[in-house]
Ligand binder design. Structure first.
Ligand code: HEM
Length: 521
């Protein structure tokens, strides 16, 4: 089979995709505004990444316009974190305030705030919930775009009921004008967001193409497979009773499931996973390791897009029982999807389906160690309590922290006037600790009921498509982990710095007692 040539070039202002014009699906890539003519003979990037960064490397990358200022954050030192916390809470530098809105007491736009550990951030959210539940903030600091290219300030919504109101009213608060908190180059959004950043009817049409595979009935059909994978993960720990929990456990099950659903071959899975990590870690100095955020994000998009294009070509030639085959065969209003559109599906599903469940697994494991009485309660009746426990895992972790909407009309939220075109950002971890809805919100309670958290979103058309799958995965992995490794302990997490995903990059574990065999039934 002929391999499509693909090159994606990210610069501060443009992404250029070229594809072998003889590809069977060659037609205009209408998602990519800056389309370069095909460049025959240009090599396809491979994984692991081999670019040196900056303008070095193979010459495909041009970073001349990329700002290279270092991130001014410190993830390691608790004292530094505490003083950053104080600064983030008090040093709000003259935000652009529309109308008569008061300045917020907490600066959600500073990277310092997002470099804090989750518990310290919650102090800021609590202050906002109490004093300024709908507050105006300056444009978020961004490492991906120069300040002059940002889209300005936004309204921060931190209370539970307000998050639900915004989520459930797409007529007033649309997604089609962007859903990311931070300003991100348009080309990256187009390459990665698919229907997440669309409004109906296009959103509904595209979501429907893949939604069937994520409905509870479909997930039920693959549940045995998910449990078997969870069993394998614990088996694979074998004698390795120390290590990094994220690598050895948390990241594996989501990757196995989503890659199988999409049909990504095993040899490409680690590359996609690296792409997923890079796509959400642009604010994390440790992940960047001296490279610029744009460089890393560009590389991530290139890698995932290249794999997606290759997969599209393969599935056109030889259909299989997977989502990519469904997508290449889909008929959308009498047209086929382009490779670029399918690639954006792959990126969206890979990011949405990997990071979220992975980080929930890590946060939940840590919480089970921090609250030993809750762990004992769960172990006491694992099968009977796992369902409510999983809901608490998601509320506690709130792995997706922010999504934004744009007001389509002059309106108000909790009495605060919002003008047409103004951005509204929802802060899910803040809503999930709202003391007016959750009793003892800062306590981890595996039997919490009711537990109507907004971890999967506040309802409405964009409600998490993978909620059912995530619940099944979390139940499977914790049943295996706690049932077979009852002595498992984890240490201090190293958090990912960023304002999108509440991530744990690494967390040591030890399982002194060894693996037990689960009793049948
Ligand atoms: C614990 C795990 C997960 C959490 C906490 C989570 C959270 C979220 C949130 C907050 C949203 C946005 C909701 C909104 O805007 O109203 C969302 C959307 C989405 N999630 Fe998840 N998610 C998880 C797992 C998954 C998985 C396993 C998949 C599988 C692919 C997935 C696929 C999606 C998709 C495709 C969307 C976009 C839906 C749309 O725009 O219509 N998620 N998720």
């Amino acid at each position: 089979m002929k391999r499509a040539q693909l090159v994606v070039v990210f610069t501060a202002r443009s992404v250029i995709v070229s594809r072998d014009a003889s590809s069977p699906s060659a037609r205009p890539l209408n998602l990519w505004p800056a389309l370069a003519p095909a460049e025959p003979g240009v090599p396809v990037p491979s994984w692991p990444p081999r670019w040196g960064g900056g303008s070095s490397g193979n010459g495909l990358w041009s970073w001349k316009n990329v700002s290279k200022q270092p991130l001014n954050v410190n993830v390691a030192a608790p004292n530094a974190a505490r003083s950053a916390s104080r600064r983030a809470f008090t040093a709000l530098s003259s935000p652009t305030v529309p109308g008569d809105a008061k300045s917020a007491p907490v600066d959600l736009s500073s990277m310092e705030f997002w470099a804090l550990p989750p518990a310290a951030r919650e102090e800021g959210f609590a202050e906002l919930r109490a004093m300024a539940p709908v507050s105006w903030h300056r444009q978020p600091e961004s490492q991906l775009l120069p300040e002059s290219e940002g889209t300005g300030g936004y309204w921060a919504v931190v209370r539970y009921e307000d998050v639900r109101e915004v989520s459930r009213d797409p007529e007033r608060f649309c997604s089609g004008r962007g859903v990311m908190f931070e300003d991100i180059p348009a080309e990256m959004l187009e390459a990665s967001q698919s229907f997440l950043a669309m409004d109906d009817p296009r959103h509904a049409t595209l979501r429907k193409l893949v939604a069937e595979a994520f409905k509870p009935r479909a997930v039920k059909r693959i549940e045995d497979g998910i449990r078997a994978d969870a069993h394998t993960i614990v088996d694979d720990l074998g004698e390795q009773l120390e290590g990094d929990f994220v690598e050895a456990v948390a990241k594996r099950l989501p990757m196995m499931t989503i890659m199988r659903l999409l049909g990504v071959p095993e040899e490409d899975q680690e590359a996609v996973l690296w792409g997923v990590d890079a796509a959400v870690s642009w604010n994390d100095p440790e992940f960047l390791a001296g490279r610029t955020p744009l460089e890393v994000v560009g590389e991530s998009m290139t890698i995932m897009t290249e794999i997606a294009y290759r997969l599209c070509a393969a599935r056109r030639e030889q259909p299989a029982d997977d989502l990519i085959t469904d997508l290449v065969q889909a008929d959308v209003d009498g047209e086929q999807l382009t490779d670029a559109e399918i690639s954006a599906f792959l990126v969206l599903l890979s990011v949405a389906g990997n990071d979220t469940t992975r980080h929930t697994t890590s946060h939940a494991m840590r919480a089970l160690c921090d609250f030993p009485d809750q762990r004992a309660l769960l172990l006491d009746d694992l099968e009977g309590r796992i369902e409510t426990a999983v809901e608490e895992f998601v509320r506690w972790a709130s792995p997706v922290m922010t999504f934004r909407r744009t007001a389509t009309q002059d309106t108000e939220i909790s009495g605060q006037p919002i003008a047409t075109g103004e951005k509204v950002v929802m802060f899910y971890p803040a809503a999930n600790r709202d003391e007016s809805v959750f009793e003892r919100p800062n306590e981890f309670d595996i039997a919490r009921s009711p537990n109507r958290h907004v971890g999967f979103g506040g309802g409405g058309p964009h409600f998490c498509m993978g909620a059912s799958l995530a619940r099944t995965q979390l139940a499977a992995i914790f049943t295996e982990l706690l049932g077979r490794l009852p002595e498992l302990e984890v240490g201090e997490p190293a958090y990912v710095v960023g304002n999108f995903v509440n991530g744990i990059a690494r967390m040591p574990f030890s399982g002194e007692g060894g693996i037990r065999t689960l009793e049948a039934g």
